[in-house]
Design a protein around this ligand. Structure first.
Ligand SMILES: Cc1ncc(COP(=O)(O)O)c(C=O)c1O
Length: 404
């Protein structure tokens, strides 16, 4: 995206610190390798890199040592290829009958969770460019109760996969499962899922398969359940610097410090003085208690600001934190600044790493009754993403309460 000319002001921008993505990737890879020497890392960049921009994040993560990229849909995988990214890519959510040819032609690795999915994949595999065996990951449900083959149906799927392999149609490069509570230290469900996982691994070997990648752990499990780290960890949220592990007694429960990569900021669109008793925004759920200055922030739920932030979440503006006043609307919300000096054009920080006093996405999540995954992922397409790294990181920081 083009940088706007000097002196011009943007309504809003999500600044993405690629240096942080790089540092987080390295830290997570090191954590995985402490648990299992030689482990590799899959950078999960689905949903446009959790809102951070899939291709720039993928490039940065690969440069920092990620061996594989992970996305949900085959279409997302093809977009990475179209962006010139050649690293192995796995896509794990597709429907039988979907046109897989672009993904197969691009060498995308697909998961198979049923014999029906395998048949659908083989139907199209012959037509795809190359014609060699399709790299697949067998996906097993070890207890999450979502995707993956049920353990009872695994033998049937393995028989079909083995037949396809012997016919030269597929190559089994991975065995995959997903945890329900990977980010919760000492959660007993993790041991239960691990037991099912170990049985699945043995069944896969007994079928004569030896996948290079056995992957179960997400970010949280990589940080607090070392036994789940196989030969590959699938890390998403941690790459973006958000820690999914709840602090215990206010303390981080593992040694890995992650740095939030996204800063969401806007420019104040308008300020005005209003008298005491003035209602603010739809439904007047906020009313001024004295004569005061209201500042209009030009971001709303169309930009991914949850309506649940109304009267709850905080922003950093004019040197301090201030709570959203009244309902968040589609395109805008209001902040009550009292008698503090605030002007149109002033910088508002919604969330970021917290360096300048601004809240983090995790704090927004608590205020809105959701998780920080949702806060960053839902930042909408009207908000440009600006990727910074190295020397230009500083250029995108202004002084507290400064104009930009
Ligand atoms: C199958 C799968 N693996 C890995 C991840 C990454 O998880 P996290 O972002 O918690 O690291 C996700 C994300 O939801 C996922 O759906």
């Amino acid at each position: 995206m083009e940088t706007p000319p000097p002196g011009s002001r943007e309504r809003a921008v999500a600044v993405v610190d690629l240096w942080a993505v790089r540092a987080n990737t390295r830290a997570l890879l090191a954590a995985a390798r402490r648990a299992a020497p030689g482990a590799e890392l899959m950078a999960v960049v689905k949903a446009d890199g959790y809102g951070h921009g899939a291709a720039p994040v993928a490039r940065e993560a690969v440069a920092a040592g990620a061996a594989v990229l992970g996305v949900a849909t085959p279409g997302e995988a093809v977009q990475l290829r179209d962006a010139g990214i050649a690293a192995p890519v796995v896509a794990w959510l597709w429907v039988p009958g979907e046109d897989l040819r672009p993904a197969l032609a691009a060498g995308v690795q697909l998961t198979v969770s049923s014999t029906q999915q395998l048949a659908a994949l083989l139907d199209q595999a012959g037509a795809a460019a190359g014609g060699g065996p399709v790299p697949v990951h067998v996906k097993v449900d070890t207890g999450l109760g979502r995707g993956g083959v049920a353990p009872a149906a695994l033998p049937e799927l393995l028989a079909a996969v083995t037949a396809a392999r012997l016919a030269g149609r597929v190559e089994v490069v991975g065995l995959m499962s997903h945890l329900a509570n990977g980010e919760v230290p000492e959660d007993p469900s993790v041991a239960d899922q691990l037991a099912v996982w170990d049985r699945a691994r043995r069944a896969v070997r007994a079928a004569g398969l030896a996948p290079r990648w056995e992957h179960l752990a997400n970010t949280g499990a990589t940080l607090v359940h070392p036994a789940t780290v196989g030969t590959l960890v699938r890390c998403g949220i941690g790459l973006y610097g958000l820690d999914p592990v709840p602090p215990g007694g206010g303390e981080r429960q593992h040694p890995v410090a992650l740095r939030p990569a996204m800063t969401l900021r806007a420019a104040v669109a308008l300020v005005k003085r209003v008298p005491a008793g003035h209602g603010v925004s739809y439904g007047w759920t906020y009313r001024t208690t004295r004569e005061t200055t209201l500042a209009l922030v030009p971001l709303g739920y169309a930009d991914g600001i949850p309506r649940a932030a109304s009267n709850r979440a905080q922003v950093w503006l004019a040197g301090r934190r201030r709570t959203v006043a009244g309902q968040v609307a589609m395109d805008q919300f209001v902040v009550d600044c009292g008698d503090d000096p605030v002007a149109a054009g002033d910088e508002v920080l919604l969330f970021g790493p917290g360096d300048r006093g601004e809240p983090t996405a995790s704090e927004w999540a608590v205020a809105c009754g959701t998780i920080d995954y949702e806060i960053v992922t839902r930042v909408g397409p009207r908000v440009p993403r600006r990727h910074v790294s190295g020397s230009d990181r500083g250029a995108h920081r202004t002084e507290q309460g400064g104009r930009w």
